[in-house]
Design a protein around this ligand. Structure first.
Ligand code: 9WN
Length: 484
C-alpha cells in the first residue's frame, strides 16, 4: 500500500520492487509518472504504465486507460495531461488555470467535468489497449473493455490523421515540443528559434522545485513552450485551415494551412500512430469486424513515413520542419547533408518544409513497424549499433540523441540521456526484425539499469547513473513487461 511506499527501498526481487513503485504511484483511478515532479495523469506515460501494470493487475491497467480516454475531447484529441483536482495548483506548471480547457477548449469539445491540457502526446494507446486486453481476455470481455475503448481510439486516430495532417503528406504533425514527448530534443532547436519566447517573469517553473536545473530544459526553452501553448489556447485549440479560420486570432500570411507557428512531422510519433493503427485493426477483428482496411492504412502510412522522413545518407529517419526550409536555412541543411544533390535537397523542401538534420533516437523508432522495408530495417540496426548511438558497444543504453552531436549532453533530459521507454521500443523492434542477440543484450541492460538506478526517469547513457525523478512509473512498468 502507499503508506509503506519508499521508492528507494532496495529489498525484494526486481519484480517486487517494480510493482511497489507502481503501487506507490497509484491514485485510485490512474498512476502518476512520479510523486513529486509529475503529480497528475500523463497520456503516453499511462499507455506505457498500462502495458506493465497488466502483469500485476489487469483491472488496474484497464482502469488506467479508461480514466485517460474518459477525458477525451469531442474532436477526438486525447489530452496530454488529465489534472487531479485534489493537487494544489502550484504543484505543477502549466496548471489547469493556464490551459483553461473547459472555457478555451469548449469549441473543440473539451470535457466539462474534468480539467485537462489542450495538447496531445504520442498515440501509444491502441497498442496499450490491445496488450491489456490480451493479458486477461476473460476480464476484458466481462467488463466490455474493447467495445467501450474502440470508438474512442478510432476517433483519436481520425483526429490525428485529419486535423493534424498539416504538411499535407498523410502524416500527423505535432504543434508543440511537449506533444512529441521529448521536450528539449535538439530536433526542435531550429523550428523553436523562430518563436518569440514569453517573458520569464510571466510564469513560474514548478519543475525546478524538484529537478536539478542542469538536467532540465532551460528558461529560454520554457519561454518558447509557454508562448506556443498560449497562442494555441488563444486560438481555441483550433487546428489547420477550415476550423481555424473563424476563430484564430492571428494568421501568418502566405500559407493557407498555417494556423500556429510550429509544426513538425516526427518519426517516433508517427511510428507509434502506425503501430497503434495495426493494433486497432486487431481490436476490430476481435470485435467481429474486418481489420483489413486498417492494416492496409497502416501500410500506406509506413510508405508515407519512408517517403517523407527517411534520409538515406544518414541511415535513419529525420523530423520534418513543416514550416521550415525557407531562405538561407535551407542552404545550411543542404550542405550539412553533404552527399545529397542540390536537386534532391530542394525536392525535399517541397511542398512542405525541410528535414531537420539532427540524429534523435526518435529516428530509430520506426523499427517497431512490421511493414518497414527490409533494407531500411537493416540500415536502422546498423545505425543504432554505430558511433552515433553505440548499441551493444560504447553505451549501456541507447541515448536520446547522437553521442557525437554538437548538442549532446549526457545529463540534460532529452539531449543525450537514455530513457527506458525508447529503449523498450527499440528492444521490441529488434526482436520483431529477428535481431534476437541484440535484443537480448538490450533487455539485460535495461533490467540491470532500471534496478540499479532505483527506476530512474532517465540515466547517463554511458554509466547508467540516475538522473531526474526516482521511482518513475514507466521505468518500473516496462521493467515488469520485460520480466514476463
Ligand atoms: C511535459 C511525464 C512527462 C513525459 C514527457 C517528459 C516530461 C513534461 C514536463 O514528463 O514532460 O509534458 O513537465 O517536463 O518529457 O515525455 O510524458 O512523465
Amino acid at each position: 500500500g502507499s503508506l509503506v511506499y519508499d521508492p528507494g527501498d532496495p529489498t525484494g526481487s526486481l519484480h517486487v520492487r517494480a510493482a511497489r513503485v507502481l503501487n506507490g504511484n497509484w491514485t485510485g483511478t490512474s498512476t502518476v509518472p512520479s510523486r513529486g515532479l509529475y503529480p497528475h495523469q500523463w497520456s503516453w506515460d499511462s499507455a506505457f504504465i498500462a502495458i506493465g501494470l497488466r502483469h500485476v493487475s489487469p483491472l488496474r491497467a484497464q482502469t488506467e486507460l479508461e480514466t485517460l480516454l474518459g477525458a477525451q475531447w469531442g474532436d477526438g484529441r486525447i489530452p496530454h495531461i488529465v489534472f487531479n483536482p485534489s493537487v494544489p495548483l502550484d504543484a505543477y506548471f502549466p496548471s489547469p488555470d493556464f490551459w483553461r480547457s473547459s472555457t478555451a477548449g469548449r469549441a473543440a469539445g473539451a470535457p466539462r467535468t474534468v480539467q485537462t491540457s489542450g495538447i496531445v502526446q504520442p498515440p501509444v494507446h491502441a497498442l496499450a489497449v490491445w496488450l491489456v486486453h490480451r493479458a486477461d481476455p476473460g476480464l476484458s470481455r466481462a467488463r466490455n473493455f474493447l467495445p467501450r475503448m474502440y470508438p474512442r481510439l478510432a476517433a483519436w486516430h481520425r483526429y490525428l490523421l485529419h486535423r493534424r495532417d498539416l504538411g499535407g503528406g498523410g502524416l500527423a504533425s505535432v504543434v508543440h515540443p511537449w506533444e512529441q514527448g521529448m521536450d528539449n530534443s535538439p530536433c526542435w532547436d531550429a523550428p523553436l528559434s523562430r518563436i518569440t519566447p514569453a517573458p520569464a517573469r510571466s510564469f513560474r517553473r514548478a519543475d525546478l522545485d524538484h529537478g536539478t536545473p542542469e538536467d532540465r530544459p532551460t528558461d529560454l526553452d520554457y519561454g518558447r513552450y509557454v508562448r506556443l501553448a498560449t497562442d494555441y489556447r488563444d486560438r481555441g485549440y483550433a487546428d489547420g485551415v477550415d476550423e481555424g479560420v473563424a476563430r484564430r486570432a492571428s494568421v501568418e500570411g502566405g500559407d493557407g494551412r498555417r494556423a500556429g507557428e510550429f509544426a513538425v512531422e516526427d518519426p517516433a510519433f508517427n511510428a507509434l500512430l502506425i503501430a497503434s493503427e495495426h493494433a486497432l485493426a486487431r481490436i476490430a477483428q476481435e470485435l467481429g469486424a474486418a481489420g483489413t482496411a486498417r492494416h492496409a492504412r497502416a501500410e500506406r502510412l509506413t510508405a508515407a513515413l519512408v517517403e517523407r522522413l527517411w534520409d538515406p545518407s544518414a541511415g535513419m529517419f529525420f523530423c520534418r520542419d513543416v514550416y521550415g526550409g525557407d531562405e538561407d536555412e535551407s542552404g545550411a541543411h543542404a550542405s550539412e547533408r553533404g552527399s545529397q544533390s542540390t536537386a534532391h535537397a530542394s525536392e525535399r523542401r517541397s511542398p512542405s518544409g525541410a528535414l531537420i538534420p539532427e540524429r534523435s533516437v526518435a529516428g530509430l523508432l520506426p523499427l517497431i513497424l512490421p511493414a518497414l522495408p527490409r533494407d531500411i530495417a537493416a540500415t536502422l540496426v546498423r545505425t543504432a549499433s554505430g558511433r552515433h548511438f553505440g548499441l551493444g558497444g560504447e553505451t549501456r543504453l541507447v541515448p536520446s540523441y547522437d553521442l557525437t552531436g554538437h548538442a549532446f549532453d549526457p545529463h540534460r533530459y532529452w539531449r543525450g540521456p537514455a530513457w527506458f521507454n525508447t529503449n523498450w521500443l527499440l528492444e521490441r523492434g529488434l526482436r520483431l526484425h529477428g535481431e534476437h542477440a541484440r535484443a537480448d543484450g538490450l533487455r539485460a541492460a535495461l533490467l540491470d539499469t532500471a534496478g540499479e538506478s532505483g527506476f530512474a526517469e532517465y540515466v547517463d547513457p554511458y554509466t547508467g547513473e540516475a538522473c531526474g525523478a526516482l521511482g518513475f512509473s514507466w521505468t518500473a512498468a516496462l521493467t515488469l513487461d520485460l520480466l514476463h
